[in-house]
Design a protein around this ligand. Structure first.
Ligand code: PLP
Length: 456
């Protein structure tokens, strides 16, 4: 087949199947909840049953949406190099990659002049911003932050604010610290939703305080973006960072979006092909814009998958919020009413993205998660959630807890099963005996072979 291209016509990209890169059309709002690819996953239990997998580990990693898996598969069938080739597949992929950038921009309501940089994940996005900090910038972060948001900043220019007791206390702590410091240039690291408790932080109030003192803000939206819509202008936040693998897209791609000035003034994060405008014997001229920090061949499939997820979530936001609010109330209510269960809280009475972290009197949290997995096909996470200082403050020194985090793969039956399983454990203990070794807890009588054939 031959394609005739008229270089004068601006319809060329459309005829080549290359989507336009500016402001995507608003998507049709579909009815119902977006489905995940794992909706029919059955897993073996210790009781020799195959049971519908109850995924309460969305806070760690979400399953892909069907719409995302479809988009990724479509890309894989015909991808080519990005911004590097004249071939048809290259041009199509480049168009999709840039359209993905625009879609993510819409997802966070980016302002004119904001940039969307594709990174590996939230950790990488925040590290990129740390790399771009102007030399004299003071950083303010709460000790309750995830390590990815607490640790990338220069230690000698970072003020750690204590774990607050309430949303109002968080605001007061920031205000006092900014007033004391008198810093000319400052960055405040704001957590959108706490990865341990799911509590939504008072983002707008904190951004307003930061602005009053001339400080900039970055929103760690790793736990926030999958559940709450983001509007950079309305929140008055300078940058936002989040991960594809927590947003129903595959591993390996994330986003830093926001103001371009610090990013364009910094040395390239990955000095390499793609980031260069001109390399000469005695100097290198670098690109500005996202390309400056996206050296090397980008993860186009990951970026396009994130965009597919953003588009899907954007068009189903109200349904997603209603689903999660309903399940959260049922989960929180059920666990709170169970004897011996203690729910971890930091800020107190706050809206929540669907996380309940708890301990059970007399039980090691890692035994609790093993029993839930082995006996009830329920996936939760236990540990200190990469937030050691927060856990020290609200769970106990070196103590761990169990986190149940819900999302689009969670159903009402899953919630009821989790609550019933916790009650059964509290009242009767595990149904088999478990032993603890270096590998963790296991039941010697477990009849399952949990190895699966290699997927390649
Ligand atoms: N920030 C928060 C609040 C998180 O929960 C996480 C991961 O759990 C991160 C940052 C780091 O995300 P990633 O591991 O995708 O880089």
């Amino acid at each position: 087949m031959s394609i005739t291209i008229d270089p004068q016509q601006d319809t060329t990209p459309r005829r080549l199947g290359i989507p336009r890169v500016s402001s995507p059309e608003p998507r049709r709002v579909a009815d119902g909840l977006p489905k995940t690819v794992s909706a029919d996953l059955g897993v073996p239990t210790i009781h020799r049953t195959v049971t519908d997998y109850a995924n309460f580990d969305h806070g760690a990693t979400t399953p892909a949406l069907v719409a995302v898996a479809d988009a990724a598969q479509q890309v894989q069938r015909r991808y080519g190099s990005v911004h590097r080739g004249a071939g048809y597949a290259s041009r199509v992929t480049t168009g999709w990659f840039e359209a993905a950038r625009a879609e993510v921009g819409e997802f966070v309501a980016a302002r004119p002049g904001d940039e969307v940089v594709f990174t590996r994940n939230t950790t990488d996005a925040l590290r990129l911003l740390a790399h771009c900090l102007p030399a004299d910038t003071q950083v303010f972060a709460w000790e309750s932050a995830h390590h990815a948001a607490l640790l990338p900043w220069p230690a000698d220019r970072t003020t750690r604010l204590p774990v607050p007791a309430s949303a109002a206390h968080a605001v007061q702590l920031l205000e006092a610290a900014l007033r004391r410091s008198g810093a000319q240039h400052a960055l405040v690291v704001v957590t959108g939703a706490c990865n341990v408790t799911g509590e939504i932080w008072p983002v707008t109030e904190l951004a307003a305080v930061a602005r009053r003192f001339g400080a900039r803000t970055v929103l760690d939206a790793a736990q926030y973006a999958p559940h709450v819509s983001i509007d950079l202008a309305a929140l008055d936040i300078d940058w936002v960072a989040f991960s594809g693998h927590k947003l129903y897209a595959p591993y390996g791609a994330g986003v830093l979006a926001g103001r371009s000035d610090w990013l364009d003034a910094a040395e390239p994060y990955l000095p390499a092909g793609g980031a260069t405008a001109r390399v000469a014997h005695d100097h290198t001229r670098w690109q500005t814009g996202p390309a400056r920090h996206e050296g090397g061949t980008p993860n186009a499939v990951g970026a396009i998958a994130i965009a597919a997820s953003c588009a899907t979530l954007r068009s189903h936001r109200a349904t997603v919020e209603a689903h999660e609010a309903h399940l959260y109330a049922r989960l929180h209510g059920g666990l709170a009413a169970t004897d011996g269960v203690r729910i971890v809280q930091v800020l107190g009475d706050r809206p929540n993205v669907g996380v309940v972290t708890f301990t059970i009197d007399g039980y090691d949290p890692s035994l609790v998660s093993q029993v839930l997995a082995d006996e009830h096909a329920i996936a939760v996470r236990d540990g200190r959630f990469c937030a050691h200082l927060l856990c020290d403050a609200v769970v106990g020194a070196d103590a761990t807890a169990v986190r149940a985090s819900l999302g689009l793969a969670t159903t009402g039956e899953h919630v009821d099963r989790l609550v019933a399983a916790v009650r059964q454990l509290v009242e009767h203990g595990p149904s088999l005996s478990y032993v603890h070794t270096d590998e963790g807890w296991s039941a010697p009588a477990d009849p399952r072979d949990v190895s699966e054939p290699l997927p390649w």
